[in-house]
Design a protein. Structure first.
Lengths: 59, 234
């Protein structure tokens, strides 16, 4: 058990939930995804997780 | 009288083994991760059984999306409990990448590479119009200008595994094109797009109000899609 909340894990978890919901909606036919949308969003998510990790290290 | 009692050397005390140390308690985060993994496995098994029994229709991607939500929630819970969910984060990253790859290469899933090879030109009429045309490898030319489309919506599929798909559509119907190319390029009414995992939907002007509508789903795994109007009608 660590001393404080792992911000990177928290952000990653939220991003996983959002990604799962988006992919699920795509499977239900509610939205349409393409590689041109998915991969840039994944890069954004990766960047957010890295920022969160950097903030955690700075604290 | 010998009062002296013989001196016996003290018997060595029996070696008492030290009490065994209690087994180390598993890290809380790890045990929670195991519970989550177990729950996911149980859900996967139940979903696969229900799918096999025909009770539900589940795709692998749909289950992957649901699993990603569960993993994400578990990661959030563990993070808030100040535990380290690193193993689950790896699972989440892998699931996300697999789902993204599934979206990217989805056109390959709707294509049969066993539909023959070579160059094929199809010029159907209303009488012999099929609902789908496919080619495994090669060039498929689908000329729909000779089809007198009936009133209402006509759905049509055309796919090529590897190669080129050319579709010519008449100008007097409303056309909606749903095109997917896993790798290559598409030219829909003159608009060109190239790359990986292409997916575009194009609707001609007046499609919604047209009395005769053509909805064409065009897929190519690796190669090119070109859809254009019949130039002869100009």
């Amino acid at each position: 058990m660590t001393g404080h909340v792992d911000l990177r894990a928290l952000v990653a978890g939220v991003l996983f939930v959002v990604a799962g919901v988006v992919f699920g909606l795509e499977q239900l036919g509610v939205i349409t995804l393409s590689a041109g949308i998915v991969w840039p969003l994944l890069v954004v998510g990766l960047g957010l997780a890295m920022v969160a990790g950097a903030v955690r290290q700075a604290r | 009288m010998n009062l002296r009692t013989p001196i016996h050397p003290p018997e060595p005390a029996e070696a008492v083994p030290p009490p065994p140390l209690p087994p180390p308690a598993p890290a809380p985060g790890r045990s929670t991760a195991r519970v989550i993994t177990g729950v996911l496995l149980v859900l996967a098994g139940v979903a696969a059984l229900l799918h096999q029994l025909g009770a539900v229709r589940l795709s692998v991607a749909a289950f992957g999306a649901a699993a990603l939500v569960v993993v994400g929630l578990a990661v959030v819970v563990l993070a808030l409990q100040r535990q380290e969910p690193h193993g689950l984060m790896v699972v989440g990253v892998v699931l996300t990448l697999l789902l993204a790859a599934g979206v990217t290469f989805r056109p390959l899933g709707s294509i049969s590479f066993t539909e023959g090879a070579g160059d094929r030109t199809v010029t159907p009429t209303a009488a012999d119009l099929d609902d789908g045309y496919g080619l495994g490898v090669g060039q498929l030319k689908l000329d729909l200008t000779g089809v007198a489309f009936p009133e209402g919506r006509t759905a049509l599929r055309a796919s090529v595994g590897m190669g080129e798909l050319h579709v010519t559509v008449p100008r007097d119907v409303g056309v909606r094109i749903v095109a997917e190319v896993a790798m290559g390029e598409m030219v829909l009414f003159g608009e060109q797009t190239s790359g990986v995992g292409l997916s575009r939907t194009v609707t001609t002007d007046g499609y919604e109000s047209a009395t005769r509508q053509l909805e064409l789903t065009a897929s190519v795994g690796m190669g090119r899609i070109e859809v254009r109007f019949d130039d002869r009608a100009r």
